[in-house]
Ligand binder design. Structure first.
Ligand code: ATP
Length: 319
């Protein structure tokens, strides 16, 4: 498989040790989280060579991010920023299988990402670059970095993958729609929920638009791949004027956060191997489902062997 390059912000993640408000829960777990490293770890588990670039602070959480992601076999190229801390995310367990996230990332090292953080030649040597709509909303420098890196990829004939991943904490819808719409317009492969895709359709779309309508509006000429994530209902992929639907696997959901990232990694693992759209979507859908069955945003990212067991058991949870 060709190498995937991804970049963005990864933060420390503190999760309440039990269901309840962080105003009262006393015990907690320490980990890391970031959409792009979630994807990178998942790709690595699936045997795809992958590089992650990002900025961390000169602090304990920065060391943890680098060590943990590197420990998963991802080629990690960090810039250690002496002037800003590693960002932080708090996860409050609000009920069985539900949670709420609070960000402490304004001014963080990761938000100070620039294109210069990506070593020369790295984009050009990749088969595909993957970015999310989170990065361009972190700061002006990060937005400019995304623009430059996408340009470098396109000039070198490297494919561009974008997961819209709209985070309302980072920007209001109208601001995000413009920035993310520009990014999506450059992508060869686009991932999003129906709602996210409606935001980034040029000129906007009705929030009630169907996946068929959204894909047609985003890619009238059928030159790109539009992948619609629909949670427990599964996903659909539009490519070359055809569509493939994958119904959701029936699983016992423990924690859905990160399912989208595992899903994207599953899809991209087939992308860099030249798989059919149907095979890519099937793998993506299985990866997303497995991730829902275990707590944690990325820890349960499946290997091909895990997927075989999962599918062999009729798609029921393996753990
Ligand atoms: P996140 O941002 O929390 O990682 P997302 O909103 O990007 O997630 P979802 O649509 O929730 O993405 O999930 C992505 C994919 O994971 C779905 O398309 C599906 O394949 C799988 N998935 C998610 N939730 C479930 C579920 N409850 N049961 C089975 N599969 C699921």
């Amino acid at each position: 498989a060709g190498r995937v390059l991804t970049f963005g912000e990864t933060m420390g993640l503190i999760t309440g040790g039990r269901i309840g408000s962080l105003a009262h829960v006393s015990e907690a777990h320490v980990g890391i989280g970031g959409a792009e490293t979630n994807v990178a770890v998942s790709l690595s588990r699936l045997g795809v060579p992958v590089t992650w670039v990002g900025r961390v602070g000169d602090d304990a959480l920065g060391k943890r991010v680098v060590r943990e992601v590197r420990g998963e076999g991802v080629d990690v190229r960090p810039t250690v920023d002496p002037d800003a801390p590693t960002g932080l995310m708090l996860k409050e367990l609000t009920g069985p299988g539900t949670s709420r996230v609070y960000y402490y990332r304004a001014g963080s090292a990761g938000s100070r990402f620039t294109a210069a953080d990506v070593p020369a030649g790295l984009v050009e040597d990749s088969a595909l670059i993957h970015l999310t709509g989170i990065t361009p909303l972190l700061s002006d420098t990060a937005r400019e970095a995304c623009r430059l890196l996408v340009r470098r990829a396109k000039d070198a004939g490297v494919r561009v993958s974008v997961d819209v991943n709209y985070r309302s904490a980072l920007a209001p819808v109208d601001v995000a729609a413009k920035v993310l719409g520009e990014l999506v317009a450059e992508a060869d492969v686009v991932f999003g929920s129906p709602e996210e895709l409606a935001y980034v359709v040029p000129g906007g779309a009705e929030l009630s638009a169907s996946p068929d309508e959204l894909a047609a509006a985003l890619d009238p000429s059928g030159e790109r791949e539009i992948v619609v994530k629909r949670g427990g209902d599964g996903a659909s992929a539009y490519a070359g004027g055809a569509v493939v639907h994958a119904p959701g696997h029936r699983v016992e959901v423990v924690d859905t956060v990160g399912a989208g990232d595992a899903f994207v990694a599953g899809y991209l693992s087939g992308q860099v191997r030249g798989w059919s759209v149907a095979d890519k979507l099937a793998r993506a859908n299985a990866c997303g489902a497995v991730l829902c069955t275990v707590p944690g945003d990325w820890e349960a990212a499946p290997t091909p062997e895990d997927l075989e067991v999962f599918l062999g058991e009729g798609g029921d949870p393996v753990r």
